[in-house]
Design a binder for this molecule. Structure first.
Ligand SMILES: [Zn+2]
Length: 331
């Protein structure tokens, strides 16, 4: 048993101290058989609620930022952070690359939504650099035994859970977009298409429409409940002309899968990660999820490209709602 594990055991014995009515972290001293350690006891998650739409909430040390919303859209950007606090040591395994400008891009999409839809999306942003926390992994790989990184990870998913619960209770269904960026292949080739992840692997997407258009694959996907609400079939929603990819394509942003680019066909592709699996409708639930992997050129470069892209994706989301649910985002 290492010092971290021992401290955790002792900490669990003392945790009730922080769960009274405290809204602040407390530092307590714990004498273990090995030594005396100072431990920060965090307040219970949710201590900063209730969450009012239009307001911004920050987790401990402002590592996590939550914009509380009132429309049935959740935006998440787990890999766009830049903070590198000394209290969190660098992660030693897993992917460490930042998705450049996705923090800024996601906030621009949010601002554009507020104007366009007349309501607030729920937006959850990780401000920690990915070398410190990967909010799109399970807690073990995400925080790698750092207490402060783990707390930030818990806050990140707590805020998403709060958003999902509010949407479930008010609108009944909604969409979760996990926003990422992809770069050049190791050989220098850059795929300039947006990769949309629905939890179907490259090999699965390479199959025929007839094979994929079954309940087996629909239920495996992160948009299962969205398809149930639509009058279109799974394959039409996945890569037909009414798919999110085809709508983005028609607005000038080539996407995979879509009518024109049905499957990866041997190209590099990301099918959706931890957030898409946890927060989408693979295991039922009323929120469906799409992972959006954006190339940098033409989208993530600068204020001008991300403003332009924000208008396009919001048009796409609006159209996607109208086609499949036969209604506007904000009635
Ligand atoms: Zn990413």
């Amino acid at each position: 048993m290492n010092r971290f594990q021992l401290t955790l055991i002792y900490l669990s014995l003392f945790l009730y101290i922080g769960c009274e009515d405290s809204k602040e972290s407390k530092e307590i001293e714990i004498v273990t058989p090995v030594d005396t350690v100072k431990v920060e006891v965090f307040p219970a998650l949710g201590h900063d609620g209730p969450y009012q739409s239009g307001n911004i909430y920050y987790g401990r040390e402002s590592y996590i930022e939550y914009h509380a919303g009132n429309i049935p859209i959740i935006l998440s950007a787990p890999h766009g952070g830049r903070l590198t606090p000394d209290e969190i040591s660098d992660r030693t395994y897993g992917t460490l690359v930042t998705d450049l400008n996705t923090y800024e891009l996601t906030k621009t999409i949010m601002d554009s939504m507020i104007i366009r839809f007349g309501g607030y999306p729920h937006v959850i942003l990780c401000k920690l650099k990915r070398t410190k926390l990967d909010a799109n992994r399970d807690s073990t790989e995400a925080a790698q035994e750092n207490t402060y990184a783990l707390r930030a990870w818990q806050e990140y998913h707590h805020y998403i859970d709060v958003a999902k619960e509010k949407i479930k209770n008010t609108q009944g269904s909604g969409l979760f977009f996990d926003i990422h960026g992809h770069g050049q292949n190791p050989d220098g080739f850059y795929d300039l298409r947006t990769w949309l992840g629905y939890l179907l692997s490259s090999d699965e997407l390479d199959q025929s429409d007839a094979t994929l258009n079954t309940n087996l694959y629909k239920n495996k996907s992160s948009i299962s409940s969205w398809v149930d609400s639509s009058s279109y079939t799974f394959i039409e929603v996945l890569r037909g002309k009414v798919s999110f990819g085809s709508i983005l394509d028609s607005l000038g942003f080539k996407s995979l899968p879509s009518l024109n680019d049905q499957s990866p066909a041997g190209m590099r592709y990301f099918s959706g990660g931890y957030n898409t699996a946890r927060h989408g409708s693979r295991n039922n639930g009323v929120i469906s999820a799409i992972q959006i992997e954006l190339p940098k050129p033409g989208i993530r470069d600068n204020q001008s490209t991300w403003s332009n892209y924000s208008r396009a994706i919001n048009s796409a989301i609006s159209e996607y709602y109208l086609i499949h649910l036969n209604r506007n985002i904000k009635n």
